[in-house]
Structure formats: C-alpha cells, structure tokens
Write a protein that binds this ligand. Sequence first.
Ligand SMILES: [Zn+2]
Length: 300
Amino acid sequence: MRRWLGLGVLLWAVTACAGPNLWTDGSSVSVAKSNRGRVRHPAKLPLRGPGFRVPKRWKERGFQFGTDELVDAVARAAGRVNAADRRAVLGVADFSRNRGGPSKWHNSHHSGRDVDLLFYTTDAKGKPLPPPDEDMMTFDDEGVPYVGKRDKDGYRDPIWTERRFDARRNWELIEAMLVDPSIRLQWVFVSEGLKAKLLGWARRKHRPRWAIEYADMVLRQPADSLPHDNHFHIRVYCTRADRFHGCIDRGPVWQHEKKAFKYGGPERYDPVTWRRRLGTEPSPWREPPAGRGAMAGKAP
Ligand SMILES: [Zn+2]
C-alpha cells in the first residue's frame, strides 16, 4: 500500500510539472491581469543605473519588481536617453511589489507589467535636471508645473518652479520603448496636453512615421481616472510565453500587435509549438483575446 502511495506521489510530481503555470524556465511570469494578478520570479530594478535612479520616496516603498522584459526595457530605454545626454536621468517610481498583488497605492501594478515613470525635466534654458526626490509634479498643457488639487502640501523639491516638461527626452524615452522588440506597449497613460507636446516634438524632428502613429495610439489620457499629468504610467502586453502560463491582457489589442507590425523579433519560446510538443490541450482558464475597444480609456 505504502509503495503504491509513494509511486502515486512520484507520478503526481512528474506530471504536475508539465502543465501551464507550473513549469517555467526560471524567468519571470506575469500571472493573470494587471489589476488582479501577481508576478512570479520577478526581476528587481537596481536603485540606480546608467541613466536612471529610483528617487527616495519610491525607494522606501520598495516596488521595484516587474517582469524581466519590462524591467530590462526601462533600464535600456533610460540608458539610451542618457547616452545622448549624460545629464538626462530618469526617475523611476513604482513597478510592482515583490511577487506582485494588490497594494494601497495602485489599482493595477499587480502583475509586473505596469510601471510609473517621472517625467524628464529641464530648466528654462533646456538643461536637463535630475529627478526630484519625492514629488510627482503636475504639469499643465504647456509643460509648466503647478500645484494641483492633489498636491495638498505643495512640493518639497526646492527647484520645482524652475522645471519644465522635457518634450525631447520624454519622447526619446517613449520611442526607445516603442522600438524595443522585447516588449510591446499597450498603454502609456499621460494627459492629452502633454501627449500633444510629445507628438508635436516628434513631428517637428521628423521621427519615423510608424513610431508617431504607434505613439498616438498608446499614449492616452484615461477617461475615468487621474489624468496622468504628473507621470507616465506604462503597461505592456503579456509576452507569448507568459500567456501560456496564464498571463491575461485586458482591453484592446492594437492592430499593429495583431499583425506583428514591425515586431517580428524572436521571443524566447513559442507556446504553440510547446503545447504541441507537450501534447497538452489549450487550458480552459485562458480567456479569448481581448477585443478592440473593450477597455478604451479605462483606468489603470
Ligand atoms: Zn501607475
């Protein structure tokens, strides 16, 4: 009897490892939805690196955990902006908490696919300024900071009145993330006014048309939450590998995404081939792909 029990346990252990959500290659897995999920084996963004830093307020909170792809992409994009101008330093606010899940700070940010980024700022003459330590400053449509309704106690940053929205570096950051083949942007939440400034800059500087069109699609002021005039909130789609393990996208799947527009780059493995090899059926808990417009403008 014992022997059979032992054999049963062994058999269970072997077969259990083959299914979705159970066996991975040790890389991060974004599980379920961005507003109801978690992240397994997350990557942690270092508190500083070439071209970025986690300012004090967010360092103390400790939300530096995201998927491998998103954490790497943010660091890479910041490095790229910094390579063009060493004074440009990105202030990185929250990814998810360790292993993800809910928090009192965010409605989403559950599954390692969201990150809040401070805006790059310059002084009035256009010289890049380091990120503030504790403030997310509210910017008007002209890119000038002001104390908004949410900023009850004003700002601690001694030079906040000198700061201006840096359309150039903020665009460079977004473009760097748009062209990064390891991620696919679903949303960059930002106010309409600042979006107009970014696209205006890109057009004037003759940035690639596809990048401007793509940015026009993903840059969005959410209809029913804060206008995001004090930071970018970025969300990426599930990777194909993570979809296999239960990652679920919400909201629209952009047309370019469906056609793999410009993004034919390799992913680490292909879940369809995998599934065939393993002989497993599509898992019943996987939702059908989200339709366009299902969540247009929905709160992050
Ligand atoms: Zn956010």
